[in-house]
Design a protein around this ligand. Structure first.
Ligand code: IDP
Ligand code: MG
Length: 150
């Protein structure tokens, strides 16, 4: 099992999509091991998006991510990082495959409603930014017995 980090961005929260987005991951049998509703501070936003410093969209991205509450989650699943990114879809919703979260609910790259870690180092770093160890729960998900053969 692998862990990844996702965030329902402020537009996703304002548009009432928290439940629908979580449903996509639950439907796939992915396990939520941590979750909370928070307001991102400037300090946290700078950490989350440090790789984008200096890019033309950086300031807009910082404003966007701090513009309202977000839902942050840690999801556990086999090959979680790649599989979650497949469910999320391409960064620009206009390029996202039909049926992905971004293709279903978004139109514009600067309002793409969800974040998901792109590689193992990012997942570890991002989980560490948003969660303490004691906020990440270790528990069995009963449905896994029906979905996986050890
Ligand atoms: P990702 O979210 O699919 O990993 P990244 O390239 O890491 O995409 O970009 C981080 C976020 O920055 C995107 O999700 C999107 O909100 C925003 N972003 C990326 N490229 C652009 C752009 O060209 N214009 C405006 N915003 C952008
Ligand atoms: Mg990214």
């Amino acid at each position: 099992m692998e862990r990844t980090f996702i965030m329902v961005k402020p537009d996703g929260v304002q548009r009432g999509l928290i439940g629908k987005i979580i449903q996509r991951f639950e439907d796939r049998g992915m396990k939520i091991v941590a979750m909370k509703l928070i307001q991102v501070s400037k300090q946290i936003a700078e950490l989350q998006y440090e790789e984008h410093v200096g890019k033309p969209f950086y300031n807009l991205l910082m404003e966007y991510i701090m513009s309202g509450p977000v839902v942050v989650m840690v999801i556990e699943a086999p090959d979680a990082i790649k599989q979650v990114r497949r469910i999320v879809g391409a960064t620009n919703p206009q390029n996202a495959d039909v049926g992905t979260i971004r293709q279903t609910w978004a139109q514009d790259v600067s309002r793409n409603i969800i974040h998901a870690s792109d590689k193992p180092e990012s997942a570890e770093r991002e989980i560490g930014i948003f969660f303490n160890r004691n906020e990440i729960l270790d528990y069995p998900l009963t449905v896994h017995k029906l979905m996986f053969i050890d």
